[in-house]
Ligand binder design. Structure first.
Ligand code: DLL
Length: 429
């Protein structure tokens, strides 16, 4: 049984609900947000002609640049008196994207998070240690409210403070742990240094999200923690964590809570909507948000959708694990490559640990690609030979030979205790 009946809704009923909610959202956005009014007027679209999801493609896209142009609250559809909470997503450049929530929005958020946690295998009464950062980042408070709404016990450790994090896991016997994938690895590593094997803890559920990761990276995490790692997806512009999650049952794609967030996948070049199964950029439309309704938001995240039945019985559409973003693309000596291709290729080597760093330099007119990887603790072979093997493999996979591959000892790559991990350093920027 799911947490909420709607998770197994009949497709016609779900569509009817989405149609009504979309019509209302478009009307509210048009009436209350000058940005949307101008965009729709410019596109020659009257909100009255949008009668449901069928008509969605008539609406123009919204982008992260629009959030920046309308900084801080130009996209809000309600008076500030009705905004109970603000969050913001910093990104790497430019102004943060400021997002707001009414009381109803906070209610929706905690309910989709409660649903998500339940789908991941957290039960009412469990104890969930929340290692996402509290503050403007949506991870901390988003998970926090969802755990309480479930209702379960939340331990708000937040990011960092790893020694205390480990002793809390031991002493309070947490059932579940939530953090970024990179922090899971960091925690396991620090625990081992202190003589604690995380695999011996009573943890039964781990959710990972907020950062892209490949399947080989997930396998490393699961091996380090001794438990399945459930992928949870979300973004501040839409609500925060809780847009989509894998079910523990099938762990085969993330169920998008499409009664609140309508997904499309488009060709990032042409903007054309792609059929199920085809990979492209995820576009999301909020169906119930009051403070910040968002129409056709280009997330930049690369995925595909499937409507095939899931073993868990939930009927909601599933999206594939996001391993990268359209703007992650690195062009090195004219060759296009994504960091996830490098991650998957190097972690395929048994001797390579799940830590890496990509540096791109420009020397004269030439780009230079350098990769630093760590070998596993048990490795006793030649680092030069391993470096050569990795270099050869990457030359095959990427159609570009890295100029240098450095294999360093465990711990040789600097660790990051809080926030989203940075692995790519493009010094040409
Ligand atoms: O990262 C919300 C979140 C918090 C999701 C905790 C999951 C867990 P932002 O800081 O706005 O919000 O960043 C959103 O992070 O567009 C993706 O590029 C990336 N992202 C989030 N979840 C995943 C995931 C939060 N499961 C951006 N896999 C998104 C891959 C993810 N990338």
């Amino acid at each position: 049984m799911p947490y909420h009946d709607v998770e197994t809704a009949d497709s016609d009923d779900l569509r009817a609900l989405q149609d009504t909610r979309l019509t209302n959202t478009v009307q509210r956005a048009y009436e209350n947000v000058p940005f949307y009014r101008d965009r729709l007027d410019d596109a020659g679209v009257s909100p009255d002609t949008i009668e449901g999801v069928e008509d969605l493609q008539e609406l123009p896209f919204t982008t992260k640049e629009h959030f920046r142009e309308e900084y801080p609250t130009g996209l809000f559809a309600v008076d500030m008196d009705d905004v109970l909470r603000i969050h913001a997503s910093s990104g790497t450049t430019g102004k943060p994207k400021v997002v707001g929530y009414t009381e109803t929005d906070l209610g929706v958020w905690e309910s989709v998070m409660a649903r998500s946690l339940y789908a991941a295998g957290v039960s009412p009464g469990d104890t969930v240690q929340n290692a996402y950062g509290y503050g403007l980042f949506t991870g901390g408070l988003g998970f926090h409210d969802g755990v309480e709404a479930l209702p379960a016990t939340v331990i708000p450790t937040g990011g960092g403070n790893t020694e205390r994090q480990i002793s809390m896991l031991q002493d309070l016997e947490s059932d579940a742990f939530a953090s970024t994938p990179s922090y899971c690895l960091y925690l396991a590593e620090r625990a081992a240094e202190n003589g604690v094997d995380v695999r011996d803890l009573p943890l039964s559920t781990v959710t990972i999200g907020a950062e892209p990761f490949t399947d080989p990276m997930r396998e490393e995490i699961e091996a380090a923690l001794g438990v399945d790692a459930i992928d949870v997806y979300g973004l501040s512009e839409i609500i925060g964590p809780g847009v989509a999650i894998e079910c523990e049952h099938a762990q085969d794609g993330l169920h998008v809570w499409e009664d609140h967030f309508y997904p499309e996948v488009i060709d990032p070049q042409t903007g054309e909507v792609l059929p199920p199964g085809e990979e492209g950029e995820l576009v999301l439309t909020t169906l119930t948000k009051e403070a910040l309704p968002v129409l056709r938001y280009r997330t930049g995240d690369v995925t595909s959708l499937t409507r095939e039945e899931c073993d868990c019985g939930r009927t909601m559409v599933r999206m594939d694990n996001v391993t990268g973003r359209t703007d992650d693309l690195l062009v090195v000596r004219g060759v296009n490559l994504y960091p996830s291709q490098i991650e998957a290729a190097v972690l395929d080597f048994e001797d390579v640990a799940p830590q890496y760093r990509i540096d791109v330099h420009r020397e004269g007119n030439l780009d230079r690609l350098e990769l630093t990887i760590e070998h596993h603790e048990e490795f006793s072979g030649s680092t030069d030979a391993l470096a050569d093997d990795v270099q050869d493999r990457l030359a095959d996979v990427l159609a570009l030979r890295p100029d240098e591959v450095d294999v360093v000892a465990p711990g040789g790559i600097e660790r990051q205790e809080t926030g989203k991990i940075r692995r790519v350093w493009d010094h040409r920027e």
